[in-house]
Design a protein around this ligand. Structure first.
Ligand code: GDP
Length: 557
């Protein structure tokens, strides 16, 4: 089962030297072309090389290089460091010629010494070559590039649902009612396992509910780049109507492009007024079906467990229209929805498989954490061996605790998982140093010019509803050919942490009128790099944004 480097190279059809370079990238160190490799190492390298995407990328790079060559200056491509010998070779010079140039630059170097890109650039220029900095291609990331699915491989998958709405309107009760509607007599006495999401069976079809209700959790995930929700259930109490958090929930769902089903709750109450709810929904741009719109609404009572089955049917109906599909026949990818350190079991994470099938024994990377799936437990507390698309499972076997919202992927081997995890940790450290800047009025114009921004998303908070409307209208009128201005959320009251997370998730700026941020919102805006500004006069805000769009905003002091 062992093979020699040169033999394997022959098999693959590359030179031993190329193969040794690839091995080096995979952290497999060999002395020379006669060294032996074990089976796992050989497989690893074959997998790396087989990856067509790598080849495609190389081809593309080659094409680009050719195209760029139309002016007469010869170009060479070098990385962040290059040895004297290699640099000489690239320019068809002898190493001693290069060394002589280096000495002229005041640098004493030997033939095998590595010199920095900047130095190499100077030397090359002296020889009449232009240098192009080689993009450092991250082979490990290439290894986990997710292949596109062929249409025929896609199978319907269960919808993943989040329940949202104003506090006390019955989100938790509704989730309980739904879970109860589904517990068979046998299970009823048993423990209800909380893993962060639950599967519900409706006439043989599954629906998956995220256990943490509310738009805060939903948007916090989105701010981390994860979108797991397919359908939002908006709970509105029929005796209370649309409230500020209802509007937030609507806008957070809209910003994410997630369809909404309205559950008009508490219809058992004597003062329930579903029609008023529908009217208020219409005012928010949600036209329900019996008002001529296409938003599905279902009157329910979470307390009395009335009409829960209809709500579930409607969820399946919307899911069908959304044509939710995934390919169960490949390695799993998905999102971490909860994670903690368990005293007895070590790091435990609940993940939602979004594509492919996750199996016990799989090597996995979750965010910057790696591991091997030692065991999987479903929401009923049962140990399972595999989990397909949309299925939430708790997994054991990770090396550390990942972050909710982290993507996970299954990779070919533990070794690959470890190497990706290392690379990502390094990258994370770098990124933390230069936290990604979101849109800000100060550099809006620059971002527009570079074509990075086509839409300026704004969140407006004000002390009175009148101001919210006035500002929304004036701001949206500023839209021009380069950038369209869009108020994705407006509301009365202080700027909250939830506003900041929505801004972060939707790359928006926040504008407040005669309102201040609540404690915590300012520091969150700082860490999330969200541009938040407060004004006393509407005109000043409009003026600022107008100026920013022209690149003429005075810097803030
Ligand atoms: P959440 O804050 O949105 O999660 O709301 P809860 O589920 O905690 O419910 C808030 C209150 O409303 C609780 O006292 C529930 O018992 C009550 N409640 C929830 N659903 C109904 C309902 O359908 N009818 C009635 N009468 N009360 C309800």
């Amino acid at each position: 089962s062992k093979t020699r480097v040169y033999k394997l190279a022959q098999e693959i059809g590359i030179s031993s030297k190329e193969l040794m370079e690839k091995l080096e990238e995979l952290d497999i160190h060999v002395a020379n072309h006669m060294s032996t490799l074990d089976e796992e190492e050989a497989e690893l390298i074959i997998e790396l090389l087989k990856d067509e995407k790598v080849d495609d990328l190389n081809d593309k790079k080659g094409e680009l290089a050719v195209e760029e060559d139309d002016d007469n200056i010869p170009k060479i491509e070098i990385g962040s460091k290059i040895s004297v010998q290699n640099l000489a070779q690239l320019m068809d010079k002898t190493p001693s010629e290069v060394i002589t140039k280096l000495i002229k630059l005041g640098i004493m170097a030997t033939i095998n010494q590595e010199i920095d890109y900047d130095v190499a650039e100077l030397v090359a220029l002296d020889f009449g070559f232009k240098t192009i900095k080689e993009e450092v291609k991250d082979e490990t990331e290439e290894l986990i590039k997710i292949e596109e699915d062929k249409p025929e491989d896609l199978k319907p998958r269960p919808p993943i649902v989040t329940v949202m709405g104003h506090v006390d309107h019955g989100k938790t009760s509704l989730l309980d009612a739904i879970r109860h509607s589904n517990v068979t007599a046998k299970e009823a006495g048993g423990i209800t396992q909380h893993i962060g999401a639950s599967e519900v069976d409706v006439d043989g079809k599954k629906i998956v509910f995220l256990d943490t209700p509310g738009h805060e959790a939903f948007t916090a995930m989105r701010a981390r780049g994860a979108q797991v929700t397919d359908i939002a259930i908006l709970v509105v109490a029929a005796d209370d109507g649309i409230m500020p958090q209802t509007i937030e929930a609507i806008n957070h769902s809209k910003a994410a492009g997630v369809p909404i089903i309205v559950a008009i709750n508490k219809i058992d109450k004597p003062d329930a007024n579903p029609d008023r709810v529908k009217q208020e929904l219409a005012e928010q741009g949600l036209l329900v079906e019996d008002w001529g719109g296409d938003v599905i609404s279902v009157p329910v009572s979470a307390l009395k467990k009335q009409n829960i089955d209809t709500l579930l049917e409607m969820i399946l109906l919307v899911a069908e229209m959304e044509e939710l599909k995934a390919n169960p026949d490949k390695k799993a990818v998905g999102t971490v929805i909860e994670a903690q350190l368990d005293k007895g079991r070590g790091p435990v994470a609940t993940v939602l498989v979004q594509n492919g099938t996750l199996r016990v024994g799989d090597a996995i990377v979750a965010g910057s954490v790696c591991g091997k799936v030692r065991a999987m437990i479903n929401d009923k507390g049962k140990r399972i061996k595999e989990a397909g698309p949309s299925i939430p499972v708790e997994i054991l076997g990770l090396s550390e605790v990942p972050q909710p919202g982290d993507q996970f992927v299954v990779v070919g081997s533990d070794k690959i998982a470890r190497s990706i995890s290392e690379k990502r940790k390094e990258k994370l450290r770098e990124e933390q140093l230069k936290a990604t800047q979101k849109v800000s009025l100060d550099d809006l114009f620059k971002q527009m010019e570079q074509g990075e921004i086509k839409e300026l998303n704004i969140i407006v908070k004000a002390d009175v509803q009148g101001s919210v409307q006035a500002v929304k209208q004036s701001l949206e009128k500023l839209s021009n050919e380069e950038v369209s201005v869009k108020v994705i959320h407006g509301g009365v009251g202080a700027i909250t942490e939830s506003d900041v997370m929505l801004a972060s998730a939707s790359n928006a700026i926040i504008i407040g009128f005669n309102v201040r941020p609540v404690a915590g919102a300012s520091s969150l805006a700082e860490t999330e790099k969200v541009d938040m500004r407060t004004y006393r006069i509407i005109y000043n805000a409009i003026e600022d944004i107008q100026a920013a769009m022209k690149g003429m905003l005075d810097p803030e002091f």
